[in-house]
Design a protein around this ligand. Structure first.
Ligand code: NAD
Length: 485
């Protein structure tokens, strides 16, 4: 069985404690995973602090060059990275190869370009005073990841942090430790100095909490559940650590009767079932104009019923398995509760017993009541709900009627109406007449209980920078204040 190390100060570390991780599709044991202690997290923070002295002073263009080299090396190693990613997550290999790795490469390329373009401003305040702002890296950052897109989300965090000159203590999910470690090894292979990127494997309670509470850490970037996000906010208050939070979602898609139905069906199938629905921006609430709901439901259910569920490493598989047994049980319990609360099951609604692993069938449920648990709670599985609306106003109210505000979609050929509706939806990332695909150039992040702060785009880089103002007197002599009487 392969041992998955931690990486501290450039060294692969075996720890006293470890856990066994299984392949969620076959239940075969695949890894023994190192589990760091609080002391090992402290060592990682200290090494990142030391490395910051060098990395933060390196010219941005040089850091950019290293980031370009990381993206090139990932391209070379994309096949092996995709295989590891699929092995530990249970997602189809086609998605790992064509979507996730591609996103990782593009993210490193994007921030490679930005690394040399970090700049402040100058402002002439009056004839004797010039003000300069300087952008400086915030310091050592703690990055805590979930398991659903282990490589992509690692890239969204590592690339801007490295570009800005920060050094990193990163904790992957304990369920997906292998791919992130490989990514970190690639970074070191192409020139990221030891200590700049440390990977500490382990549990949230010990390793995650120790990162958050460590006083060396200047910023926490967290992606995960809203519940853990709130815990992190509490724990970070001791050191007043800067935080950004990418949390859960419950994305609505409003489908008006004049939509291009073929495109809409296609995008909403991917939106609902891509990555087994283990996706924070997954389409989980289809809100369909009453005038077209019957024909829409018939086509949507028909197309979803032929999605090919299979072993994740098979190139023809279109939907794989869930991440773990507890998660499978959670998804199934949500579906049963949603049906008990009045939901009408149109497809799936059960574990796929053809397989040994944690496979759940694509599930579609029609609901009438916004209080239904499937309308309100994040299920994080292949479960889509459908509800009808009659007016634009009702559609907007339904879209906003959850505590989350991460993503959403609007479908209509009337673009003025689409823009007007988009202004009323309280979520951070919307699509009109398409759905899914978050690109590195665009700022991504949620509102309400979906968190705060941004990843990606220039705003994602700014999360890792602090602004310093320097005011300069440019006159000949300062006016006298004392001794004037
Ligand atoms: P989780 O919140 O259970 O865990 C996320 C990470 O936090 C893990 O590494 C975990 O070990 C760590 N953790 C747990 N307790 C901690 C603590 N007390 N202190 C510090 N760290 C701790 O989430 P998950 O089950 O891994 O992932 C699924 C969740 O992630 C879903 O809610 C999903 O919506 C969210 N997510 C959000 C986005 C986004 O961009 N908004 C993207 C992907 C996933």
């Amino acid at each position: 069985m392969k041992y998955i190390h931690s990486l501290i100060n450039g060294e692969l570390i075996k720890t006293k404690d470890s856990v066994i991780r299984e392949n969620p599709a076959s239940l075969e044991k695949i890894y023994e995973v190192s589990m760091c202690s609080k002391q090992e997290v402290e060592l990682a923070c200290e090494s990142a602090q030391e490395a910051f002295k060098v990395w933060s002073r390196m010219p941005g263009s040089q850091r950019g060059e290293i980031l370009f080299n990381i993206s090139r090396k990932i391209k070379e190693q994309s096949e092996i990275l995709s295989k590891i990613n699929t092995l530990e997550t249970g997602k189809p290999i086609k998605e790992s190869m064509l979507v996730e790795i591609n996103g990782v490469i593009k993210t490193f390329e994007y921030y490679a370009g930005l690394a040399s373009k970090i700049s402040g401003t100058s402002q002439t305040i009056n004839e004797n005073l010039l003000s300069l702002t300087m952008k400086e890296p915030v310091g050592v950052v703690g990055q805590i990841l979930p398991w659903n897109f282990p490589l992509l989300l690692a890239a969204w965090k590592i690339a801007p942090a490295l570009a800005s000159g920060c050094t990193i203590v990163l904790k992957p999910s304990e369920l997906t430790p292998g791919g992130t470690l490989e990514l970190a090894k690639i970074c070191e292979d192409v020139g990221v100095p030891p200590g700049v990127l440390n990977v500490v494997q382990g549990t949230g309670e010990i390793v995650g909490a120790s990162i958050v509470k460590n006083e060396i850490i200047s910023k926490i970037s967290f992606t995960g559940s809203t519940k853990v996000g709130k815990e992190i906010v509490k724990n970070s208050s001791e050191n007043l650590t800067k935080i950004s939070l990418e949390l859960g979602g419950k994305a609505p898609n409003i489908i008006f009767s004049d939509s291009n139905i073929d495109s809409c069906l296609e995008a909403n199938l991917r939106g609902g079932f891509f990555n087994q629905g283990e996706n924070c921006t997954a389409v989980t609430r289809l809100l369909v104009d009453e005038k077209i709901i019957d024909e829409f439901v018939e086509s949507y259910v028909g197309k979803a019923s032929i999605i090919n569920q299979g072993m994740p490493d098979n190139i023809n598989t279109e939907i794989g398995c869930l991440i773990s047994q507890p998660h499978l049980k959670k998804v199934d319990a949500y579906v049963k509760q949603g049906i008990a609360e009045g939901g009408e099951l149109l497809l799936g609604g059960e574990v796929n017993a053809e397989f040994q692993g944690y496979f759940y069938k694509p599930t579609i449920i029609k609901i009438k009541d916004t209080k239904n648990v499937l309308f309100q709670d994040e299920v994080f599985g292949p479960v889509v709900t459908i509800m009808s609306f009659t007016t634009e106003e009702e559609a907007i109210n339904l879209a906003n009627e959850t505590s989350y505000g991460l993503a959403g979609g609007i479908w209509t050929q009337n673009i003025s109406k689409a823009i007007k509706v988009s202004k009323s939806i309280d979520a951070g990332y919307l699509w009109i007449n398409t759905y899914g695909g978050i690109i590195p150039e665009t700022p991504y992040g949620g509102f309400k209980q979906s968190g705060y702060g941004k990843e990606l785009g220039v705003e994602g880089l700014n999360e890792y920078l602090k602004t310093k103002n320097v005011s300069i007197f440019t006159g000949d002599k300062l006016p006298k204040w004392y001794g004037n009487n």
